[in-house]
Design a protein around this ligand. Structure first.
Ligand code: THU
Length: 132
């Protein structure tokens, strides 16, 4: 198995920390995300639910939107964690694809940290030029 770099371990730890701030009283499924920009800035987030369930926003999208709103659009890696094994949902993968198709995604799968390419999880995402 490939060794996980210290940089990636650090970002996973930040995702774990962010998970503690999840607002998930309806699903009780707390998710944390930590996003690192290519320039080295880190944005963290957790999921925020609503009594009107459809208004819930995933941790990944909040982290990305925080970064984009701060002027960062080039991302290197996003770590995502929950109390159980989790893969980012399709909506979040599509939002990742908008900004950084080469993004790496760090997850804990079968007990081990594993780096995925966005393309592996979303091989046929909607591309900007489809609608031009
Ligand atoms: N959730 C995330 O935050 N990220 C994902 O990738 C999947 C799902 C949240 C949304 C909701 O608050 C809870 O997990 C259960 O779906």
């Amino acid at each position: 198995m490939k060794k996980i770099q210290a940089e990636f371990l650090e970002i996973y730890k930040l995702a774990l920390k962010a998970k503690k701030r999840a607002y998930a009283p309806y699903s009780n499924f707390k998710v944390g995300a930590a996003l690192k920009t290519k320039s080295g800035k880190i944005y963290t987030a957790s999921n925020v639910e609503n009594s009107s369930f459809g208004l819930t926003v995933c941790a990944e999208r909040i982290a990305i939107f925080k970064a984009v709103n701060d002027g960062y659009k080039d991302f290197k890696i996003i770590a995502v964690c929950a109390d159980k094994e989790v893969f980012p949902c399709g909506a979040c993968l599509q939002v990742m694809n908008e900004f950084s198709p080469e993004l790496k995604i760090l997850l804990k799968i079968e007990g081990n940290l594993k780096v995925f390419k966005l393309k592996e999880l979303l091989p046929f995402g909607f591309e900007k030029d489809f609608s031009l």
